[in-house]
Write a protein that binds this ligand. Structure first.
Ligand SMILES: [Zn+2]
Length: 131
């Protein structure tokens, strides 16, 4: 979708003058307001108290920042392939940066271990209990 956007500079997300946009401003001005809506659908900044009290629509995700998105992507890439795939996707020069700060491998490994233990229980004598 981003590649199909018309752009007149080297940046995919650019200001009208061709400079790269400030991602913190993008989050504060565009992303967070869209995710902070009342159950009636109106953004918090445009909500009129005279109608009713603002009540956040909790079906909308909470904004956790771009770093969280990068960590989630890195963890998914490392889980599906390996840490080198995550490193390349995040454009890190060193895989240790990726593994130390982005890949949440402990949680994935713990989930995998629990799945294996559950298989042991399922396979043991068909009783659901290990020998
Ligand atoms: Zn409302």
């Amino acid at each position: 979708m981003l590649a199909e956007l018309p752009h007149s500079s080297e940046y995919i997300l650019a200001t009208p003058t061709g400079r790269p946009i400030d991602l913190h401003n993008l989050a504060a001005r565009a992303i967070v307001p869209q995710l902070t809506r009342c159950i009636c659908g109106v953004m918090e900044s445009e909500h009129q108290k005279s109608d009713h009290e603002f009540s956040r629509d909790t079906s909308l995700p909470m904004w956790r920042g771009f770093y969280s998105a990068r960590r989630g992507i890195a963890t998914a890439f490392a889980d599906v392939d390996n840490a080198l795939a995550a490193k390349s996707h995040l454009r890190h020069s060193n895989v240790s940066t990726t593994t130390a700060h982005y890949v949440k491998s402990v949680d994935v490994a713990a989930v995998r271990a629990v799945d294996k233990i559950n298989e042991l229980f399922d396979n043991a004598n068909g009783s659901g209990r290990p020998n």
